[in-house]
Design a protein around this ligand. Structure first.
Ligand code: FEO
Length: 394
């Protein structure tokens, strides 16, 4: 691990986790991640911004030593989740006179997550400032990106915004600064899809605020630092907007081929109508691939056979994930096949209550698809086309 100077007296002291493959025991990480932390050394006081994942104690301390950190006056906690606050107890041991600076909710969470005494905290609110001498930190209350306590810290003199999770990316890279590579943008979009997507209204609000601030750099807590913030702000504006694309996402599972046959037929019908379509076989792909495309799909069609009396568990799992990610899709539907009885439609639509989309007429058949099924699928494709066309998507 290395510590690196960003501008004079501002250092990146976080750690790179090259090997992490899953986050929250749910999200697949294609390229590891990093837990960024920063030191801001003023003429009178020194602040440490965020800590790191608790598994990286040695690397984190090494970086603090490398920048010659012998005393810290303030430890800024932008976000209480453990991948950033996990080494807070250690930092408080190393710097026994340091105060923890965070929001009221941040303090409460740190107290319950790490059993830190309340007297170690200084609570700050939106717009509060902290002077380090020749450097000034301003705190921005930015709840729900993605916990209720999240805030950002702005270093006024150097115009650096420490945005914590917001505007970050799960990617392990030796590059301190973000480049324009496909790999970076895919990681940034995946991260948005899985972490920020459910909070679109807040994302829009905070993105606008960050833009009006005009930072020269944005230093998040995962992934590289943005030296040209416009790119990531443009992307967040687009992803969090209400705009959807002429695109149908079809996650499906098929046990004996009938649902697969229906999916194949619908895919062809949509392509014939000039609609982009992407089927995902749930037996083969990570849910993350679907989350990535949920960002701007206008329509979601779940392909779900009945297993016993309800939806196949893999389809139910994707319905559950879709429900918590709250995509902006405008239309949603279910197709599939059953053998002797089914509650699949009721079960799946019941699981999608947080998705604000119109339910299209399902195509749910008994047994193997036949000509009548093809007619029903053609009707569904025509309905999708009509809705896309009415919204000027086609
Ligand atoms: Fe990277 Fe919400 O923690």
């Amino acid at each position: 691990m290395v510590a690196r100077e960003i501008v004079p007296d501002v250092y990146s002291v976080g750690v790179i986790d090259w090997d992490r493959t899953v986050f929250d025991e749910l999200m697949h990480l294609a390229s590891g991640t990093s837990y960024n932390a920063y030191v801001v050394r003023g003429s009178e006081k020194t602040a440490l911004i965020d800590t790191a994942d608790p598994h990286f104690e040695e690397a984190y301390i090494s970086n603090l030593v490398r920048v010659g950190l012998t005393s810290v006056d303030y430890i800024i906690v932008n976000h209480a989740e453990q991948d950033h606050s996990g080494l807070l107890p250690l930092a408080l041991e190393l710097f026994p006179h340091a105060k923890v600076v965070t929001t009221e909710k941040g303090r409460d969470l740190c107290c319950i997550l790490h059993h830190i005494l309340p007297e170690r905290f200084v609570v700050v609110g939106d717009g509060d400032t902290l002077s380090l001498g020749n450097k000034t930190l301003t705190f921005l209350s930015t709840p729900w990106v993605h916990w209720p306590e999240t805030m950002m810290t702005y270093l006024e003199e150097d115009k650096i915004l420490f945005s914590c999770d917001f505007l970050g990316a799960h990617i392990a890279s030796s590059d301190l600064y973000a480049d324009d590579s496909c790999k970076f943008w895919m990681a940034a979009r995946q991260y948005y899809a899985e972490i920020m997507q459910p909070f679109r209204a807040k994302v829009r609000e905070h993105t606008a605020r960050v833009r009006s601030l005009g930072p020269a750099m944005i230093a998040p807590s995962h992934g590289p630092v943005h030296r040209s913030p416009a790119g990531i702000l443009d992307a967040y504006e687009e992803w969090s907007s209400d705009e959807v694309k002429n695109f149908v996402l079809i996650p499906y599972v098929s046990m004996h081929g009938s649902t697969r046959e229906m999916v194949d037929r619908l895919v062809d019908l949509l392509i014939e109508r000039g609609i982009d379509v992407r089927p995902y076989d749930l037996g083969r792909v990570e849910p993350g691939a679907i989350a990535y495309d949920l960002i701007d799909a206008a329509t979601i069609i779940l392909g779900a056979p009945t297993m016993l009396f309800g939806p196949h568990p893999k389809a139910a799992y994707i319905a559950f994930i879709t429900n918590i990610l709250k995509p902006k899709a405008k239309w949603i539907g279910v197709i599939g096949s059953y053998g002797w009885g089914t509650k699949t439609i009721e079960d799946l639509t019941g699981m999608l209550g947080r998705v604000d989309a119109e339910l299209l007429e399902p195509v749910y058949i008994k047994g193997k698809p036949d000509e009548e099924t093809n007619i029903a699928l053609a009707r569904l494709a025509a309905e999708i086309y009509k809705r896309h066309a009415d919204h000027s998507l086609v």
